[in-house]
Design a protein around this ligand. Sequence first.
Ligand code: ADP
Ligand code: MG
Length: 536
Amino acid sequence: MSLAFDEFGRPFIILREQERKSRVKGIEAVKASIMAAKTVARTLRSSLGPKGMDKMLQSPDGDVTITNDGATILEMMEVENQIGKLMVELSKSQDHEIGDGTTGVVVLAGALLEHAEALLDMGMHPLRIAEGYEMACKVATENLDKIKTRFDFSKENIEPLVKTCMTTLSSKVVGRLKRPMAEICVKAVLAVADLERRDVNLDLIKVEGKVGGKMEDTRLVEGIVIDKEFSHPQMPKELNDVKVAILTCPFEPPKPKTKHKVDIDTVEKFEALRDAEKAYFTDMVQRCKDSGAELVICQWGFDDEANHLLMHKNLPAVRWVGGVEIELLAMATGARIVPRFQELTADKLGMAGSVKEVGFGTTKDKMLVIEGCPNLKAVTIFVRGGNRMVLDEIKRSLHDAICVARNLVRDNAIVYGGGAAEISCALAVEEAADKVTGVEHYAMRTFADALQAVPLALAENSGLPPIESLTAVKKRQLEEKNPYLGIDCNDTGTNDMREQNVFETVIGKKQQLFLATQVCKMILKIDDVIKPSEYD
Ligand code: ADP
Ligand code: MG
């Protein structure tokens, strides 16, 4: 696009390859964007809450994913529209920062935009709407600080953390087992958490899975589980207190870097070559033995010849261990990663309390469990599930819960879920709006209406009459000045979320408000869309 002037000095815009571009301007453009964003948000709406539905998505190569997680649904949906993509990004950023609340944030953004449409129809300028939303968002986040509760926890008293994680898990496949699963997640987080610095390195928590068994068999391993086995079936299946060498060099004779040709035309030459290779292997294995290693973990594979030799020399080995695991193992055992056999010395070895090969069911699948490492508190959650789709979804659900526990370690403030926090914020925003005299008054009231989309969706998904449930709860909140009342999704007979133990982290809720408002502002500010035309 470029700007030019005609002979009278009037400006006009030249679109390069104009006939192949389509252009939407002004309010039309804003409305078209809102339309797209609304469509994306509407898809997710039915997945919100403990009674939310799952989506089944098929990738172009036929892989099926069944999920309830907002970020995953949007990522797999392959949204074509640019504004739709913004919503996808929105959900992703919530996932990156917080981990949970990925559906909620999109539902909220969708509602904010949907309600903005009515204001546009009233003739309000998009920027004024954006400003009003910004003011309302500030009021809402301040209100969150007013109604938040602090949860004190310690390594001995993990109950508050478990309860919050249970809220996150209640809307997932593992809902039935939310208590044991939440306990696993909390224990994992606390095992690696640095409570003084209030930080958790999530890289130290690995979630590994194996198809088969029952969900109940999911357990926490205080160590590292890798999906590998000892390289030779005759190696011992269990090692205790071993010195570990970690190698990133292959057990192979060195290969010339340029093209080469070896002519072998006699038996002698062949045998000479074989002997030379064997000498390499013997030397390599001997170097490992000399350093005092009792277990070698290799990033690369090795030849049968080397494998046989390792077995013969009583040096158990594991091959094809991935880069991430290599690093984790190095941190945990205290070993240095050795890139060359020549550099292998005794001081580069690490220690492991026990290395065990465990099998599963009747399959040949085996995994290695490495526990009792001196340095680090790396833990693995080992997930079992009936099929790959369930297994993947359990992993995603546990990820959400782990993130929630981590957020609580960072900041132990919580608000109440089930739409309680949203309704309370809506009331606060409405009150603040009444004090604003400008046009922003309308935008703020609209923001308050949009906040209620979350409790509305929760009620709708649980088969309750949405408007009736919402107004009843809102009335009670107002009359009783009680910000803990929310939608009773599970029909337990009480709206008090304190009794139902439905909690969400304050950081998560604030982030949802911030991100949703930000995206809205961005979309409202777009008044000119120029793109390649779809029909030539
Ligand atoms: P998200 O991807 O946004 O986390 P979820 O499907 O996990 O979406 O649903 C989260 C919403 O469900 C939150 O608003 C939370 O307060 C609500 N929620 C979870 N459990 C309950 C419950 N037992 N009763 C009422 N609301 C609940
Ligand atoms: Mg959730």
